[in-house]
Design a protein around this ligand. Structure first.
Ligand code: FAD
Ligand code: FES
Length: 275
């Protein structure tokens, strides 16, 4: 599949729509035809808060269709607070698509997607692609409370079978989403997951227990976001197809090398991670 050159990945866009699906959660839609066209499920963008006072922030590509792409973010710190103030018509510079997304070629007929908290922002395009290819998609979506479960109807309308869990039991299963996954009546044959590290580790455990592969999208803190600073590494097995070809730092003489989450990832096979 063709990709964009480095220069072509910088897009000066305009916000065409803005909505707040929940308190402190914002979806910004921008006009970015090239970005929408070349984005693959699970890839991300670096978004520059326009005042120029704070660094760019990594956000998943939430939707990508026609001339429009969107990001969904939880207002959590300086950069997302600044982005949340933007309105329709404002300009926004976005670099992307970046990283390797989910590996969806040869996906089995039944796929489980596990999303925790902001992780939901990185899985909608994967669900849409799998459904388009005739797969059944079970979404396991966990959040602290019902108010923090966003856009479930969007996933349901797309054709996903939605299973929700909340920590406080205000909606769906009371408890962590991976417990809900472990109780699946019809276990999926592949798992895709995005969310906080403890959830991803639990997904890896469930996948190992039921003996199915899992792809995990890691939420690392990025500095450059484009592979230049090696500030976001995670250990993976040297034999992985994602192992960087240069200069792989060997940890303790083992068969483990460092891969950059922003460049070789953010998606890795659970069985290849050594974290
Ligand atoms: C590949 C990738 C994709 C991502 N996609 C999305 C996405 O689609 N949507 C989304 O919402 N997020 C996403 N994130 C996460 C997002 O990039 C981070 O949350 C980012 O740090 C937010 O920037 P900020 O400046 O608003 O918040 P930051 O200031 O960086 O704060 C982020 C978190 O750290 C806490 N924090 C900040 N300072 C301190 C401190 N001094 N002590 C303790 N805690 C502190 C904040 O309370 C908050 O919870 C993604 C991350 C990655 C790596
Ligand atoms: S954040 Fe710089 S290499 Fe990943």
């Amino acid at each position: 599949m063709p990709t964009l050159s480095t220069g072509e990945r910088v897009h000066v866009t305009k916000i065409v729509d803005r909505r707040t699906p929940a308190a402190d959660v914002v979806v910004l839609g921008v006009r970015a035809p090239q970005l929408a066209r070349f984005a693959k499920p699970g890839q991300f963008v670096m978004v520059v808060p326009p005042a120029g006072e704070v660094a760019s922030v990594a956000l998943g590509i939430y939707e990508a269709q026609g001339d429009r792409m969107s990001v969904l973010f939880f207002v959590s710190g300086k950069r997302t607070t600044e982005l949340a103030r933007l309105q329709e018509g404002d300009e926004l510079t976005i670099t992307g698509p970046l990283g390797n997304g989910f590996f969806l070629d040869d996906a089995p007929s039944e796929v489980g997607i596990v999303a925790g908290g902001v992780g939901v922002a990185s899985v909608l395009t994967s669900a849409q692609e799998l459904l388009k290819n005739g797969c059944r998609v079970q979404l396991y979506y966990g959040a602290r409370t019902q108010e923090r479960l966003v856009d479930m109807d969007l996933f349901a309308r797309a054709g996903c079978e939605v299973h929700a869990a909340t920590d406080d039991g205000s909606f769906g299963y009371r408890g962590v989403v991976t417990d809900l996954l472990a109780r699946a009546a019809r276990p999926p044959r592949l798992l895709l997951a995005c969310g906080p590290s403890p959830m991803l580790r639990a997904v890896a455990r469930v996948a190992a227990e039921i003996d199915i592969p899992a792809q995990l999208s890691l939420e690392e803190t990025f500095a450059c976001g484009v592979g230049g600073c090696w500030g976001c590494v995670v250990p993976i097995v040297r034999t992985s197809a994602q192992a960087p070809s240069f200069p792989p730092a060997v940890l303790g003489g083992s068969d483990v090398v460092n891969a950059r989450v922003c460049k070789e990832g953010p998606v890795f096979w659970a069985h290849e991670l050594r974290w």
